[in-house]
Ligand binder design. Structure first.
Ligand code: MV4
Length: 448
């Protein structure tokens, strides 16, 4: 049994993890940077340890500092949250070596799924549909040009060490591939210290559909349905909903089965996400697997009634999944809007500052996950996401109406946020009709 958890993260996710630990009577140790001395997670945990300077490199990415905090404070487990060290196999390995329970899969699985070429190969072997493309690394530009002829344009070049938007380029022809390939290599080297690339057919304006899975240490794997995360800006999701309006019950069953198969093929344990692209004709393709809890997990919690972080902890303690696939019932519709301290009109430029006044929405079916409070100074060193508003209602129309009302009620004075931008999307006819794909913000929100 886990007695004391160190939370190797900050912001709303650290707060969310601290809360569930308290419910489970697990003591908590927060870690904080110099910039987060006054942060909510620092205040809420039973103990708090300063782990270094304001920059992430000096603090939340500092493995030695975090591990020593765990050892000196007697934490027997570490929850990495998302971002920072959450998908770093060395960190998971270090925890294991220090006899600390890591809340997540084995480091070998993190490593394998972190290499997108290896992940792709694992899924091909397991007979899971992947986007047509190269099954091996691309050696150089000539190799890329050859492969693109075979695949057919448009293609998308991706960093094997990537995930998210770094080190990717779309090319509609040879010339674009020539410049794009080298740019992607450079960007990948700068971001990941590695410029191994692979290539896929570019699916135009797909929907991003991901399945939440839970896997225990005894080979039991279930899925908790899907999330539609098509509304993105700069490769960051800003709105997610569950279930997806575009999946039929049959498609959900089929893709869910594939997600479970993907997790089994990877040797997965704990909570994870299998990401798919869905094209205009209804074909789906495995894209990548995320080996962490995700920002948008609360919408799945809303429609399933399952506390995913609690399940993560139970699984890490060696407990068997009590739930079977047939026990999972999806009820109603949930939407999450991410509230960022940013200026949408200025290319989503971050806008940190002091929260002079705060009013959070609440009520039946409204959840707000945040580390904000009145007087809090949002540091400039970290991600601009400061709150998540999650609504749950019997159907999509009611959920939309509830979100409009919640956003309308929410008040953040002192810093600029995307609240109004989110409110506009909640009233945009294309989004309201459920027709928004991954090109929605760029094509339809008339930014700039
Ligand atoms: C794709 C794709 C279409 N086809 N892969 C990968 C990282 C993620 N953040 C976006 N990714 C995509 N991968 C294939 N084979 C479309 C996206 C994508 C995207 C790509 C370029 C510019 C903007 C985009 C927005 C959403 C999704």
């Amino acid at each position: 049994m886990i007695k004391k958890m160190l939370i190797a993260n900050r912001g709303e996710i650290a707060v969310r993890i601290i809360r569930v630990c308290r419910e489970m009577e697990i003591e908590t140790v927060a870690v904080y940077s110099v910039a987060d001395k006054e942060a909510l997670h620092t205040q809420l945990a039973d103990e708090a340890v300063c782990i270094g300077g304001a920059s992430s490199e000096d603090s939340y990415l500092n493995m030695e500092s975090i591990i020593s905090a765990a050892v000196t404070h007697g934490a027997d487990a570490i929850h990495p949250g998302f971002g920072f060290l959450s998908e770093n196999p060395q960190f998971a390995k270090l925890c294991k070596q220090c006899n600390i329970t890591y809340i997540g899969p084995d480091y070998t699985v993190i490593e394998k799924m972190g290499n997108k070429v290896a992940a792709r190969q694992t899924m091909i072997n397991a007979k899971i549909p992947v986007v047509p493309g190269t099954n091996n690394e691309i050696k150089d530009l000539n190799h890329a040009l050859q492969e693109a002829e075979k695949t057919g344009y448009p293609v998308i070049v991706k960093a094997a060490s990537g995930g998210g938007g770094k080190g990717i380029r779309v090319a509609y022809n040879k010339d674009e591939l020539k410049s794009g390939f080298l740019a992607a290599c450079k960007e990948s080297m700068a971001s990941f210290g590695d410029d191994t690339m692979y290539m896929e057919k570019f699916i135009e304006n797909p929907r991003h559909i991901e399945f939440q899975i839970l896997a225990d240490n005894y080979g039991n794997v279930i899925h908790l349905g899907e999330r539609d995360c098509s509304i993105q800006r700069h490769h960051q999701k800003i709105i997610e909903e569950a279930p997806s309006v575009v999946l039929s019950e049959d498609q959900r069953k089929e893709m869910g089965k594939m997600a479970v198969r993907a997790a089994k093929a990877a040797g997965y344990k704990n909570a994870g996400t299998v990401e798919f692209l869905l094209d205009k004709t209804g074909k789906y393709y495995f894209m990548e697997m995320n080996t962490r809890i995700q920002v948008e997990h609360p919408i799945t919690e809303s429609i399933t009634g399952i506390d995913i972080v609690k399940e993560q902890i139970l699984i890490a303690q060696g407990e068997k999944l009590k739930l079977k696939q047939n026990d999972i019932k999806l009820t109603g519709h949930a939407i999450e809007c991410r509230i960022n301290a940013e200026i949408p009109e200025k290319n989503f430029m971050p806008s940190p500052g002091v929260v002079q006044h705060l009013h959070l929405p609440a009520g039946n079916g409204v959840r707000v996950d945040t580390g904000l409070y009145t007087g809090y100074r949002i540091p400039s060193e970290y991600d601009s996401m400061i709150a998540k508003v999650i609504v749950h209602a019997p159907d999509r129309e009611a959920a939309l109406q509830k979100m409009r009302s919640a956003l309308d009620e929410m008040l953040i004075v002192g810093v600029e946020t995307n609240l109004d931008f989110q409110y506009q999307i909640m009233r945009h006819p294309v989004f309201c009709e459920g027709k928004a794909d991954t090109g929605f913000i760029e094509n339809l929100m008339h930014i700039k």
